[in-house]
Design a protein around this ligand. Structure first.
Ligand code: GLY
Length: 368
């Protein structure tokens, strides 16, 4: 694994130098399709993953060209710190500025994170006891999606690093509400819970990106696993650890998990195995399992680490992994963003690369 990880970071360094040449100055890379790089503006939920990936690559390779691009990319998303139109600010600002601050300790980066956390917390709705993910829309009045667990990391971090203590209360309250309402008895997660914003009543349990309301959308299970593992790290409350271990059981024992451990896009698509994979789900789950392994013992611990290792090794094979200067400059192929929306099906996605790099770093830091 030591050689694989070193090779991967060296490869990523080269591959992202190729990607970097094609990304417009005011845009962020999203994907690559039919020979064309697809980019988005900075208010897109994924705008932090490209800078975050650059910082993780720089951390390992110390390449000044990568650092320069990483710094430049932070500059263009900094104005997101007051963004309040949806819940994605944690993804946008903590995956980017969080890594940058961890590596450089630049106090300006910390201030950006603290402001971003305050902005995110304005979406907390006391009656719902949760952060509103999206504003009211045609199908939903007060939607909260499982993905929202990921944004709590920035709130927790801010409350422990000079920010208001209220940010922790918001995060903990949201995590507790999500345990109550988002999970089925087998610990699979619904995608969207629609709340009455005025009473906090659950109006419906739905999906937006999954196969069916009752199905287990693969990336959503990854967000849940990662989210509760992180909440255990941040609070040491054992109910979050228990929740994460139960979610892990659902994922790892799932009969629809393929031999190579790269999940199909939804665990319940009846057309499995003739459906797309989601390499991003594998990368998120691998990174989360490596952290959960830190807090677990015995057979459970070994199983988490072994499965994460299988995921990393398989993502590094040519079935999922790009060749140099191909795949538009992304590292991984075969992710699926929103199949029912007919969007981003079986393509590279920037966040698959981000969580793959994070999993490599975690394996190196904790298990080599
Ligand atoms: N957070 C959006 C997604 O996972 O597609």
């Amino acid at each position: 694994m030591s050689k694989l990880i070193q090779n991967e970071f060296e490869f990523a360094n080269q591959q992202y130098k190729y990607l970097m040449k094609t990304v417009p100055a005011d845009q962020m890379p999203q994907s690559y399709k039919n020979g064309k790089l697809i980019t988005k503006d900075i208010s897109w939920w994924c705008s932090g993953f490209y800078p975050g990936s650059l910082w993780m690559i720089f951390e390992q390779t110390k390449d000044p060209e990568i650092k320069k691009e990483a710094e430049q990319r932070l500059k263009i998303i900094e104005s997101n710190k007051t963004f309040t139109r949806d819940h994605d600010l944690g993804f946008m600002m903590f995956c980017s500025f969080g890594n940058a601050y961890r590596i450089t300790k630049n106090p300006e980066y910390k201030n950006v994170i603290l402001t971003s956390a305050e902005s995110l917390s304005t979406r907390f709705r006391p009656k719902m006891k949760a952060i509103l993910s999206w504003d009211k829309m045609a199908d939903f009045k007060g939607p909260v999606i499982i993905d929202n667990m990921m944004n709590l990391e920035m709130l927790m971090w801010a409350s422990q690093n000079g920010g208001s203590k209220k940010l922790k209360e918001v995060a903990v309250t949201h995590a507790n509400t999500t345990i109550r309402n988002h999970f089925r008895p087998d610990f699979s997660s619904y995608h969207v819970i629609d709340y009455d914003v005025n009473t906090g009543d659950v109006l419906s349990k739905k999906t937006f990106q999954g196969y069916a309301d009752s199905s287990a959308w693969a990336r959503g299970q990854g967000w849940a696993l990662y989210g509760y593992t992180m909440m255990y790290r941040m609070t040491k409350d054992r109910k979050y650890l228990q929740q994460a271990q139960n979610i892990a059981k659902f994922i790892l024992n799932n009969p629809a998990m393929p031999e190579d451990k790269i999940p199909y896009w939804d665990f319940n698509d009846p057309k499995i195995p003739d459906v797309p994979r989601d390499a991003s789900a594998a990368a998120i789950i691998a990174s989360a399992l490596l952290e959960l392994g830190q807090y677990s013992n015995g057979e459970e611990k070994s199983r988490y680490i072994l499965t994460a290792k299988q995921m990393i090794v398989n993502l590094s094979t040519e079935k999922y992994h790009a060749k140099l200067n191909e795949n538009g400059g992304f590292l991984l192929m075969h992710s699926t963003g929103g199949l029912p929306l007919n969007s981003e099906i079986d393509v590279p996605l920037i966040y698959a690369d981000y969580y793959f790099l994070e999993a490599l770093k975690r394996y190196k830091d904790w298990y080599l």
